[in-house]
Design a protein around this ligand. Sequence first.
Ligand code: NAP
Length: 315
Amino acid sequence: MKPEILVLGTLWTPDTRARLGELFHCHFLADAAEGAGAAWLAAAGPGIRGVLTTGVIGLDCATLATLPALEIVAVHGVGVDSVPRGALAARGVLLTNTPDVLTDDVADLAVGLLLACVRRLPMLDRYVRSGQWEAKLPLAHARSLKGKVAGIVGFGRIGQAVAERLVPFGLQIRYFQRSPGPQPERRSASLLALARESDMLIVCTPGGASTHRLVDAEVLDALGPEGTLVNIARGSVVDEAALVAALESGRLGAAALDVFENEPKVPQALLGSDKVVLTPHVGSNTVESRRAMAALAVANLAAHFRGEPLPTPVG
Ligand code: NAP
């Protein structure tokens, strides 16, 4: 008999759904009738041994409580901050994610956001489309990257991939993370020190309690009126109200954000600001990364139910 799994979210392609169907007896929560999710879960829950979910959706404790036979949670994504890791560990439930396969695409987006922000590409696009160019309206100069210092917050897989991409632009790299990392001479003594030493901060940490509002008003002030913040990590890592206040008062120069505190809600002050570039949490949203992430998430589930080592366990 195929193991029963619960599949959360709607991003599964027909290919992935077909592969899942070959390996497992799948319960797609999205297929439950609207408003009937709880009853549907109560009926299916007792037989479910695995969960496939996304990094954004994760798994909440109420759903976990309906799954007494759960053995494994496979997250399609590298961030596991939306999963109750303590509760899973207490029940001996395994957890996997999909590191590495998305690193290059997320790093590419971080660099794209930085360039778009520093060279003000969205604003320039609007300038051309709206006829301001033809009307010869004044246009301020942007800033160059060469010779500036890029501070990477979280020098892990994605942080290092961002750094590799920025060196050819003539940027100097500095970073901060808690543990000693590679190139120790580039590591700042603290996040605050990194912000003071940098012209731009690129946030590449995980989300969760240990990074909650790590980038606060003090850090933003240290980055300063000419500074640029790029966040591709999690919205929770940046104090969004402090960010809005810093941008509005001119204490921070600009920001490029792929992630937000209450996605998909974005504060009106950011939506109306010319100082920000906004994308809808799409760091890994390429055909190639999403295909590889789905394959790896499914491979983790399959390995578990075959009694084989997990390709990418968390922790
Ligand atoms: P990783 O290799 O584990 O790197 C994370 C880095 O953050 C580590 O070097 C870690 O070092 C550092 N870090 C953790 N807590 C910190 C803290 N409190 N202060 C400073 N540094 C801290 O993970 P990754 O693969 O690079 O992924 C990073 C994150 O990117 C993911 O967890 C996810 O949230 C985000 N992400 C976003 C998207 C998107 O679509 N925008 C896509 C993929 C991933 P220490 O533990 O030594 O501090």
